[in-house]
Design a protein around this ligand. Structure first.
Ligand SMILES: C[S@@+](CC[C@H](N)C(=O)[O-])C[C@H]1O[C@@H](n2cnc3c(N)ncnc32)[C@H](O)[C@@H]1O
Length: 229
């Protein structure tokens, strides 16, 4: 696979045999064909699945995929799309779902925006961006996944009333994401008061990063936005 430039890590430790096997077997079966990701905004996400899913959700930067796996197991009638360019994360996720029969998920080991730009308007029921890379240096802020340009795409592909869920344990990034999303004309913040920042949505599963942050004494921010109707 030819890699284009994505900021952050693609390769880490060498894969153990089980992860390599999961990648070799499941990535060809579950990945999205790069030819359909043509930035055309015409791709019907339901066409990626054998059986049209009831609802379709997109997770950006799923890491080891523990949250995505929970969603798949709990709601097998829904369809899930996950993007994660880091091969160790992708292989860990595929290994973790290898015993699920026909998992209703499609994956992409590259930039999530390839998917966002290709998907047809108002076709997604929700987007999750959990603990995105914080890029703390000011000169790197333009690499942050939550930007006006990317929010334009997220707003375009979400159905009216659908939710954009973002989390972080980095306070400055939480402020940034709230500022970006509230400045966007198509998103409405679902929080009633600042305390809601720290309340996870019901049925929440802590991701690997979230657990690490909490163990280190950091508070998690849950930022729930809605696409305006
Ligand atoms: C800090 S980790 C969080 C992982 C996971 N969401 C969690 O909470 O445990 C951020 C993840 O975003 C991924 N990532 C960074 N840029 C991305 C992009 N443009 N598209 C998709 N994923 C991206 C990274 O590879 C990394 O795995």
């Amino acid at each position: 696979m030819a890699f284009r430039k994505v900021h952050g890590r693609r390769l880490g430790r060498p894969l153990n045999q089980e992860r390599q096997e999961a990648l070799d077997k499941l990535y060809p079966a579950l990945s999205i064909d790069s030819e359909v990701l043509d930035n055309s905004s015409n791709l019907l996400p339901s066409s990626l699945f054998e059986k049209a899913p009831e609802e379709i959700y997109f997770e950006i930067g799923f890491g080891n995929g523990d949250f995505l796996k929970k969603l798949i197991k709990e709601n097998p009638d829904n369809g899930y799309i996950g993007a994660e360019p880091f091969i160790n994360g992708m292989s860990a996720f595929l290994k973790s779902i290898k015993d699920i029969d026909n998992p209703s998920v499609r994956v992409w080991m590259d930039d999530a925006m390839d998917i966002a730009r290709s998907i047809a308007s108002e076709t997604l029921d929700g987007i999750f961006i959990l603990n995105p890379d914080p890029w703390p240096k000011t000169r790197h802020h333009k690499r942050r996944i939550v930007s006006q340009e990317n929010l334009d795409q997220f707003a375009r592909i979400l159905k009216p009333g659908a939710r954009l869920t973002m989390t972080t344990d980095v306070e400055e990034l939480a402020e940034w994401m709230v500022t970006q999303a509230t400045a966007h004309k198509e998103f409405k913040w679902s929080a009633n008061r600042k305390l809601d920042w720290h309340t996870p949505p019901s049925g929440w599963l802590e991701t690997r990063y979230e657990k690490k942050g909490k163990a280190a004494g950091r508070q998690q921010f849950y930022l729930l936005f809605e696409k305006k109707s």
